[in-house]
Design a protein around this ligand. Sequence first.
Ligand code: ADP
Ligand code: MG
Length: 705
Amino acid sequence: MRPNALTPLFASMQSLSGIGPRLILLLKKCVNLPAGVSEPRVLDLLWHLPTGVIDRRAEPKVAEAVPGSIATLKVRVLKHKAPPRGKSRAPYKVLTEDDSGRLELVFFHAERKFIERQLPIGEERYVSGRVESYADHLQMSHPDYIVAPEARDDLPLLEPVYPLTAGLSGKVVQKATRQAVDLLPDFAEWEETAWLKARGWPNFTDALKRLHKPVDAGDVSPGGPPWQRLAYDELLAGQLALALVRQSFKSRPGRVVKGDGRIRAAIADALPFALTGSQRTAMLEIEADMNAPRRMLRLLQGDVGSGKTVVALLAMAIAVECGAQAAFMAPTEVLARQHLETIAPLAEKANLRIGLLTGREKGKIRQDLLARLAAGEIDILIGTHALFQADVIFKDLAFAVIDEQHRFGVHQRLSLQSKGNGSGTDVLVMTATPIPRTLVMTHYGDLDVSRLSEKPPGRKPIVTRKIPTDAIEKLIERLRVQLAEGAQIYWVCPLIESSEKSELAAAEERHAHLSQIFGKENVGLLHGAMADKAKDAAMEAFAQGQLKILVATTVIEVGVNVPNANIMVIEHAERFGLAQLHQLRGRVGRGTRESFCMLLYKAPLGETARQRLQMMEDSEDGFLIAEKDLELRGGGEVLGARQSGMPEFRMAGVANFEELLAAARDDARLVLTNDPKLAGPRGEALRTLLYLFDCDEAVRLFRAA
Ligand code: ADP
Ligand code: MG
């Protein structure tokens, strides 16, 4: 059970005074909620970290205030100068002074009553804001703070600056966050004292206090002790959770899954190609895992187009050879269908019975399917997360493949496993995101890894070019030539921050534009808000070659296979993560035509952005690109985390990420070696840590075990 001390932190954010339903909606937009949490909690506000501070500590006399700087001034109110009648656009001015000089406070569109209340004539007030010189005098327009001398403590001399959204003011966030900080109890320390001392790190509660109520400008910085401490806590929580999942996974017995090879042989006969060396190696590794009497948990990493699907199919065949079933789960419906289409002809030749289950299979079709599944009349079930539904019961599930795992959470992985009949389902996780080694560690823990490092033979290089958006007309002329030669084009519309509607609008606009140039009948549109039928129809028309150009939002990101498509145009490429660009690019270069990837960007590019796009021009090696991305962006923000669905870090941006990660990994191992049940005093404290970073799924494993 969650320790009682944590209860106020897990209460809804609405429990804070001043936060009501309207603000919750705004806060939801800008705080970062972990997977599965829909109602923002006090805790989520604590993790909403400032990006910097406004320093209001300068308290000069009026005469000494430096124009252009932020200052806090103690002044006496002399008189109010309301705008003349009929001139409501003129500002409302309030003249103030101290014994050194005069300062005019200026308010535009002001509410007179409000100002009169805030600045009564004859009284003293602290005002804080930017001092400006105007004509021959000093002024401050719209002071950020106006407080009476007795309320001086309400004025933050170092004011944290928070990420905001339209309609949400920094003051509101500050006020709520200060309350949240005051709810923090003193926790029993979970980090080792010697380690904290060596690093000069504060305790957890103090670290959060210093981030939200900074006393030193360096407090709010990824290199500062509070940030470092919390980043380490987060990494340790993650490493510990993963180690616990793995420990529980491995501690339960697995089964020996050994096939006679007949189905694999039939599939191999039906394949129009021979396996690559790395496909063969991966198969041997998987086979050895399945043969062994323990649970398999293996990550198959392979760049887009490296041929993971065939490996998955052959591995599933092993399960079927020994009379059991296999499941193949894809992150999207489009992709599940595509897997079905790839697999179906091979399966038919090998006498495999396959089924499809997505959110769209309903009613009688679904019931029939489930009945056949339970009776063991389906060998391989392909689908989406619909496979997790409670009434999906296998007769004997021995093997599960999870494609593009980063879209699923750890608990979903565990839940698919539980669909086996108790004897332990082997799991193969596949990812096309070429995650650097250090990050495999963070996101997947200590699991076994097979890599498809070799591409199937005969692939032509994809010529990649970055092009400023201004040159779009020229690009269109070149595309015209290509289209005349039979090319097909994906046109990916930009990612627009935090507003799906405008993302759609941008795609629709581009679709209309290209339709005008290339003809309505040649240009299709694909986006997330479309009905499933319409999506399929558009994909199908493009695959069949009826559509020459497919304008899409990023829905095509994952795994779509149209070999004839040879040109990928990506708008606002600078907004995408490198891994995502790489994955999008992998949609082309699958056929015999020379392929191109055009990265449109809005000039001017910053240096990092330029280097990132240059990397795309220079390399097609996903692993190399990922390493470079890590280097350019730092660990917390790798892989366009938000866009690719990878778990994000609360404490992003630490430069010494890898060093901290390595330490956290070692620490987690040591902890579990000494105290596998987290039952000792440090173990107890660590459980609290797991809750604080929403890794409680791992804590629950103790009860399951
Ligand atoms: P991934 O899922 O890793 O992106 P796929 O499994 O979809 O890649 O494979 C991409 C394409 O390469 C498919 O058309 C597949 O048939 C083909 N392919 C897979 N393995 C080989 C191979 N060894 N030789 C030639 N083509 C292959
Ligand atoms: Mg694939």
